[in-house]
Ligand binder design. Structure first.
Ligand code: AMP
Length: 197
């Protein structure tokens, strides 16, 4: 059945969904180590491409610097190539993809075409106020090249308009797993383990 785990599909394909600053990346790193599946962060992949000056990097640099989204077509192409690699056979964590309804639909179609399915979509629930507070701290501590107050606010707005509709999308597929992300890293990690394991 579409979107449901079939008996011979034991792979752990998971999507992490939530506002920038919700802790998806931090939790994905720990969970990826624990389950020995790759953490696929589209933001990290794109930043690496920009840093090493590849053709892809040149194409996405200006869009990223402005805090806007890279085109759905390009993102879908990148994800399809990445999840086709051998290290993804046992599963993976998608962090930062899908971010729009067309991306989610493309992911559904791609998985269906491959006879695969998602195990679940973890929604890291956090208020916008708390997300902006955490992002301000990240700005000071990590100095990520595409982080400044304006781009962070823009990302939160884009999340509200284009990514938040994915909550309903995955809820209706019966895949949504809710985690209250307004807690310490350790506490959210424990909640995640309770939800996923
Ligand atoms: P992130 O590290 O997830 O906050 O992503 C940083 C930036 O990379 C975003 O602001 C976008 O410009 C771009 N990006 C990452 N993932 C996606 C995606 N799925 N769709 C479009 N743009 C993306």
């Amino acid at each position: 059945m579409r979107g449901k785990m079939t008996q011979n599909d034991k792979s752990l394909r998971i999507v992490f969904l939530g506002l920038p600053g919700a802790g998806k990346g931090t939790q994905a790193k720990t969970f990826s180590d624990l389950k020995q599946i790759p953490h696929i962060s589209t933001g990290d992949m794109l930043r690496a491409a920009v840093a090493s000056g590849t053709t892809l990097g040149d194409r996405v640099k200006d869009v990223m610097d402005s805090g806007s989204l890279v085109s759905d077509e390009l993102m879908i192409e990148i994800i399809e190539a990445r999840v086709s690699k051998a290290d993804c056979e046992a599963g993976y964590i998608l962090d930062g993809f899908p971010r729009t309804v067309p991306q989610a639909k493309a992911l559904d179609a791609m998985l269906e075409g491959r006879g695969e399915s998602l195990r679940g979509v973890v929604f890291f629930d956090l208020s916008e106020e708390e997300a902006l507070r955490r992002l301000a701290i990240r700005r000071e501590s990590e100095s990520r090249v595409d982080d400044n107050e304006e781009t962070q606010r823009k990302r939160v707005q884009i999340y509200r308009e284009q990514t938040a509709p994915l909550i309903d999308h995955y809820q209706s597929l019966g895949l949504l797993l809710h985690v209250n992300a307004e807690a310490s890293i350790d506490e959210v990690q424990a909640r995640l383990a309770n939800t996923l394991l």
